[in-house]
Design a protein around this ligand. Structure first.
Ligand code: SF4
Length: 269
Protein backbone atom coordinates (compact mmCIF):
# COMPACT_ATOMS: atom_id res chain seq x y z
CA UNK A 1 0.00 0.00 0.00
CA UNK A 2 1.22 3.48 -0.75
CA UNK A 3 2.91 5.30 2.09
CA UNK A 4 2.61 8.93 2.98
CA UNK A 5 6.26 9.71 3.48
CA UNK A 6 6.57 11.88 0.44
CA UNK A 7 3.04 13.16 0.17
CA UNK A 8 1.17 16.08 1.56
CA UNK A 9 -2.06 15.51 3.39
CA UNK A 10 -4.97 17.74 2.80
CA UNK A 11 -7.70 18.23 0.33
CA UNK A 12 -6.13 21.45 -0.79
CA UNK A 13 -2.80 20.12 -1.96
CA UNK A 14 -1.79 22.11 -4.98
CA UNK A 15 -1.36 18.97 -7.08
CA UNK A 16 1.71 20.45 -8.70
CA UNK A 17 3.15 16.95 -8.86
CA UNK A 18 0.02 15.78 -10.58
CA UNK A 19 -0.79 18.56 -13.01
CA UNK A 20 -4.31 18.56 -14.32
CA UNK A 21 -3.00 18.77 -17.83
CA UNK A 22 -2.16 15.09 -17.59
CA UNK A 23 -5.51 14.12 -16.09
CA UNK A 24 -8.16 12.14 -17.90
CA UNK A 25 -10.42 15.10 -18.54
CA UNK A 26 -8.15 18.10 -18.35
CA UNK A 27 -9.35 19.61 -21.60
CA UNK A 28 -12.81 20.51 -20.39
CA UNK A 29 -13.45 24.11 -19.39
CA UNK A 30 -13.89 23.43 -15.69
CA UNK A 31 -12.62 25.32 -12.66
CA UNK A 32 -12.15 22.00 -10.88
CA UNK A 33 -8.63 21.33 -12.04
CA UNK A 34 -7.21 20.65 -8.60
CA UNK A 35 -8.52 19.21 -5.35
CA UNK A 36 -7.90 22.60 -3.81
CA UNK A 37 -10.19 24.24 -6.33
CA UNK A 38 -12.86 21.66 -5.65
CA UNK A 39 -12.61 22.25 -1.91
CA UNK A 40 -12.95 25.99 -2.45
CA UNK A 41 -16.01 25.52 -4.64
CA UNK A 42 -17.60 23.13 -2.16
CA UNK A 43 -17.12 25.53 0.74
CA UNK A 44 -18.88 28.24 -1.20
CA UNK A 45 -21.47 26.08 -2.91
CA UNK A 46 -25.17 26.92 -2.75
CA UNK A 47 -26.31 24.50 -5.43
CA UNK A 48 -28.73 22.64 -3.17
CA UNK A 49 -30.75 23.39 -0.03
CA UNK A 50 -28.23 21.66 2.23
CA UNK A 51 -26.06 24.76 2.01
CA UNK A 52 -28.58 26.60 4.17
CA UNK A 53 -28.12 24.40 7.20
CA UNK A 54 -24.44 23.73 7.25
CA UNK A 55 -21.84 25.12 9.58
CA UNK A 56 -19.06 23.84 7.39
CA UNK A 57 -19.04 22.03 4.12
CA UNK A 58 -16.91 18.89 4.10
CA UNK A 59 -15.06 18.59 0.78
CA UNK A 60 -13.04 15.51 1.70
CA UNK A 61 -9.38 15.06 2.43
CA UNK A 62 -6.42 12.78 2.18
CA UNK A 63 -3.61 11.78 -0.10
CA UNK A 64 -4.17 13.32 -3.54
CA UNK A 65 -2.43 10.31 -5.05
CA UNK A 66 -4.11 7.71 -2.89
CA UNK A 67 -4.45 4.16 -4.09
CA UNK A 68 -7.66 3.82 -2.14
CA UNK A 69 -10.55 6.26 -1.96
CA UNK A 70 -13.28 5.81 0.64
CA UNK A 71 -16.69 7.21 -0.15
CA UNK A 72 -19.28 7.73 2.55
CA UNK A 73 -22.75 9.17 2.50
CA UNK A 74 -22.83 12.60 4.10
CA UNK A 75 -21.26 14.62 6.90
CA UNK A 76 -22.68 14.22 10.38
CA UNK A 77 -22.66 16.45 13.42
CA UNK A 78 -18.95 16.30 14.13
CA UNK A 79 -18.00 16.58 10.49
CA UNK A 80 -20.20 19.64 10.05
CA UNK A 81 -18.54 21.24 13.05
CA UNK A 82 -15.01 20.55 11.89
CA UNK A 83 -15.36 20.59 8.11
CA UNK A 84 -13.59 17.24 7.89
CA UNK A 85 -14.90 13.79 6.96
CA UNK A 86 -15.29 10.96 9.45
CA UNK A 87 -14.06 12.69 12.59
CA UNK A 88 -16.75 11.47 14.99
CA UNK A 89 -17.09 8.04 16.56
CA UNK A 90 -17.58 6.38 13.17
CA UNK A 91 -14.43 8.12 11.99
CA UNK A 92 -12.49 6.79 14.95
CA UNK A 93 -13.63 3.32 14.02
CA UNK A 94 -12.57 3.94 10.43
CA UNK A 95 -9.17 5.07 11.68
CA UNK A 96 -8.86 1.86 13.66
CA UNK A 97 -9.84 -0.25 10.69
CA UNK A 98 -7.29 1.51 8.53
CA UNK A 99 -4.66 0.90 11.18
CA UNK A 100 -5.58 -2.78 11.29
CA UNK A 101 -4.38 -3.13 7.70
CA UNK A 102 -1.28 -1.03 8.15
CA UNK A 103 -2.42 2.26 6.77
CA UNK A 104 -4.01 5.47 7.97
CA UNK A 105 -6.10 8.32 6.71
CA UNK A 106 -3.04 10.20 5.52
CA UNK A 107 -2.50 7.47 2.93
CA UNK A 108 -6.04 7.28 1.60
CA UNK A 109 -8.57 9.80 0.38
CA UNK A 110 -11.90 10.11 2.20
CA UNK A 111 -14.93 11.86 0.75
CA UNK A 112 -18.70 11.80 0.88
CA UNK A 113 -21.50 11.67 -1.65
CA UNK A 114 -22.86 14.99 -0.47
CA UNK A 115 -20.61 17.59 1.08
CA UNK A 116 -23.03 19.28 3.46
CA UNK A 117 -24.84 17.77 6.44
CA UNK A 118 -28.49 16.90 5.87
CA UNK A 119 -30.71 18.30 8.63
CA UNK A 120 -31.28 15.89 11.50
CA UNK A 121 -28.99 13.44 9.73
CA UNK A 122 -31.73 12.47 7.32
CA UNK A 123 -30.93 10.66 4.12
CA UNK A 124 -29.71 12.96 1.36
CA UNK A 125 -32.39 13.54 -1.24
CA UNK A 126 -31.85 12.39 -4.83
CA UNK A 127 -31.78 16.00 -6.02
CA UNK A 128 -29.15 16.86 -3.43
CA UNK A 129 -26.98 13.93 -4.48
CA UNK A 130 -27.44 14.88 -8.11
CA UNK A 131 -26.42 18.47 -7.42
CA UNK A 132 -23.33 17.41 -5.49
CA UNK A 133 -22.05 14.54 -7.59
CA UNK A 134 -19.99 16.82 -9.82
CA UNK A 135 -17.57 17.40 -6.97
CA UNK A 136 -17.08 13.75 -6.12
CA UNK A 137 -16.90 12.83 -9.79
CA UNK A 138 -14.03 15.23 -10.27
CA UNK A 139 -12.29 14.22 -7.05
CA UNK A 140 -12.27 10.64 -8.29
CA UNK A 141 -10.89 11.74 -11.64
CA UNK A 142 -8.07 13.70 -10.02
CA UNK A 143 -7.11 11.19 -7.35
CA UNK A 144 -7.62 8.34 -9.80
CA UNK A 145 -7.45 5.62 -7.13
CA UNK A 146 -6.78 2.00 -7.86
CA UNK A 147 -9.69 1.05 -5.64
CA UNK A 148 -12.85 2.77 -4.48
CA UNK A 149 -14.25 1.50 -1.18
CA UNK A 150 -17.87 2.45 -0.68
CA UNK A 151 -19.05 2.81 2.91
CA UNK A 152 -22.65 1.81 3.35
CA UNK A 153 -25.70 1.61 1.17
CA UNK A 154 -25.79 5.07 -0.37
CA UNK A 155 -22.25 5.08 -1.62
CA UNK A 156 -22.63 1.56 -2.98
CA UNK A 157 -25.84 2.65 -4.69
CA UNK A 158 -23.93 5.31 -6.56
CA UNK A 159 -22.40 2.50 -8.60
CA UNK A 160 -24.95 -0.28 -8.28
CA UNK A 161 -28.36 1.26 -7.68
CA UNK A 162 -31.01 -1.04 -6.36
CA UNK A 163 -28.63 -3.68 -5.04
CA UNK A 164 -28.43 -4.49 -1.36
CA UNK A 165 -25.25 -3.80 0.57
CA UNK A 166 -25.72 -6.76 2.89
CA UNK A 167 -25.37 -9.13 -0.05
CA UNK A 168 -22.80 -7.16 -1.99
CA UNK A 169 -20.40 -6.20 0.77
CA UNK A 170 -17.00 -7.82 0.68
CA UNK A 171 -17.07 -8.60 -3.02
CA UNK A 172 -14.84 -6.81 -5.48
CA UNK A 173 -16.79 -5.34 -8.36
CA UNK A 174 -16.00 -3.28 -11.41
CA UNK A 175 -17.94 -0.37 -12.83
CA UNK A 176 -16.96 2.00 -15.61
CA UNK A 177 -13.41 0.79 -15.51
CA UNK A 178 -12.99 1.26 -11.77
CA UNK A 179 -12.69 -1.37 -9.07
CA UNK A 180 -15.36 -0.95 -6.45
CA UNK A 181 -15.27 -2.69 -3.09
CA UNK A 182 -18.38 -2.22 -0.96
CA UNK A 183 -18.23 -2.48 2.81
CA UNK A 184 -20.66 -1.62 5.57
CA UNK A 185 -20.82 1.87 6.98
CA UNK A 186 -18.73 2.22 10.15
CA UNK A 187 -21.70 3.73 11.96
CA UNK A 188 -23.61 0.50 11.34
CA UNK A 189 -20.84 -1.42 13.04
CA UNK A 190 -20.94 0.91 16.02
CA UNK A 191 -24.61 0.22 16.41
CA UNK A 192 -24.44 -3.49 15.82
CA UNK A 193 -21.42 -5.02 17.44
CA UNK A 194 -21.98 -8.36 15.71
CA UNK A 195 -21.01 -6.71 12.42
CA UNK A 196 -17.51 -5.90 13.63
CA UNK A 197 -15.87 -9.19 12.50
CA UNK A 198 -17.42 -8.76 9.07
CA UNK A 199 -16.03 -5.26 8.79
CA UNK A 200 -12.58 -6.36 9.92
CA UNK A 201 -12.51 -9.15 7.36
CA UNK A 202 -13.62 -6.80 4.61
CA UNK A 203 -10.80 -4.42 5.45
CA UNK A 204 -8.31 -7.28 5.30
CA UNK A 205 -9.60 -7.91 1.82
CA UNK A 206 -8.75 -4.33 0.85
CA UNK A 207 -5.09 -5.13 1.44
CA UNK A 208 -5.40 -8.30 -0.61
CA UNK A 209 -6.96 -6.42 -3.49
CA UNK A 210 -4.14 -3.89 -3.51
CA UNK A 211 -1.61 -6.69 -3.38
CA UNK A 212 -3.21 -8.23 -6.42
CA UNK A 213 -4.42 -11.31 -4.60
CA UNK A 214 -7.99 -10.53 -5.58
CA UNK A 215 -8.36 -9.30 -9.11
CA UNK A 216 -11.51 -10.54 -10.73
CA UNK A 217 -14.54 -8.38 -10.37
CA UNK A 218 -17.14 -10.19 -8.36
CA UNK A 219 -14.59 -12.56 -6.87
CA UNK A 220 -15.07 -13.25 -3.23
CA UNK A 221 -12.09 -12.09 -1.18
CA UNK A 222 -9.72 -14.71 0.08
CA UNK A 223 -11.16 -14.56 3.52
CA UNK A 224 -14.10 -16.27 5.05
CA UNK A 225 -16.69 -13.63 5.64
CA UNK A 226 -19.39 -14.26 8.14
CA UNK A 227 -22.91 -14.74 6.99
CA UNK A 228 -24.65 -11.68 5.68
CA UNK A 229 -25.80 -9.36 8.43
CA UNK A 230 -29.18 -9.78 9.92
CA UNK A 231 -32.05 -7.36 9.52
CA UNK A 232 -31.00 -3.94 8.39
CA UNK A 233 -31.91 -1.35 10.96
CA UNK A 234 -30.26 1.76 9.68
CA UNK A 235 -30.48 3.66 6.51
CA UNK A 236 -26.81 3.24 5.69
CA UNK A 237 -27.62 -0.40 5.27
CA UNK A 238 -30.21 -1.85 2.93
CA UNK A 239 -33.54 -0.27 2.35
CA UNK A 240 -36.53 -2.53 2.88
CA UNK A 241 -36.68 -5.12 0.18
CA UNK A 242 -32.97 -4.91 -0.62
CA UNK A 243 -31.39 -6.88 2.17
CA UNK A 244 -30.57 -10.39 1.07
CA UNK A 245 -31.44 -11.99 4.36
CA UNK A 246 -33.43 -9.31 6.04
CA UNK A 247 -36.69 -10.22 7.64
CA UNK A 248 -37.05 -6.91 9.36
CA UNK A 249 -40.04 -4.67 8.88
CA UNK A 250 -39.66 -1.41 7.04
CA UNK A 251 -37.17 0.85 8.74
CA UNK A 252 -37.46 4.58 9.08
CA UNK A 253 -34.37 5.46 11.06
CA UNK A 254 -32.99 8.85 10.24
CA UNK A 255 -29.57 7.92 11.60
CA UNK A 256 -27.75 7.74 8.37
CA UNK A 257 -24.47 9.49 8.40
CA UNK A 258 -21.23 9.56 10.26
CA UNK A 259 -22.64 10.30 13.66
CA UNK A 260 -22.87 7.40 15.96
CA UNK A 261 -23.17 7.48 19.72
CA UNK A 262 -21.73 4.94 22.09
CA UNK A 263 -18.05 5.83 21.70
CA UNK A 264 -17.33 3.26 24.35
CA UNK A 265 -17.80 0.65 21.66
CA UNK A 266 -14.94 1.89 19.56
CA UNK A 267 -12.48 -0.81 20.55
CA UNK A 268 -11.75 -2.70 17.38
CA UNK A 269 -10.92 -6.08 18.79
S1 SF4 B 1 -24.41 19.34 -0.59
FE1 SF4 B 1 -23.08 19.63 -2.39
S2 SF4 B 1 -24.44 20.61 -3.95
FE2 SF4 B 1 -25.44 20.85 -1.93
S3 SF4 B 1 -24.73 22.88 -1.20
FE3 SF4 B 1 -23.35 21.31 -0.32
S4 SF4 B 1 -21.63 21.23 -1.78
FE4 SF4 B 1 -23.34 22.25 -2.86
Amino acid sequence: MTTSNDRAFNEGMSNEENPPESGPDASRPSPMNTLEQIAHLVRNCTDCPLSGGRNNAVPGEGNPQAEVMFIGEAPGFHEDRQGRPFVGPAGKLLDGLLGSIGTNREDVFIANMVKCRPPDNRDPAPAEMAACTKYLDRQIELVNPKLIVTLGRFAFGRYFPGEGITKARGQLREKDGRKIFPVLHPAAVLRREELRPTMIEDFKAISEILEGKIEDAGMEPGVTAPAAPQPAQFSFMDAPGQAAVSTAPAETSSVNVEDAPQPEQLTLF
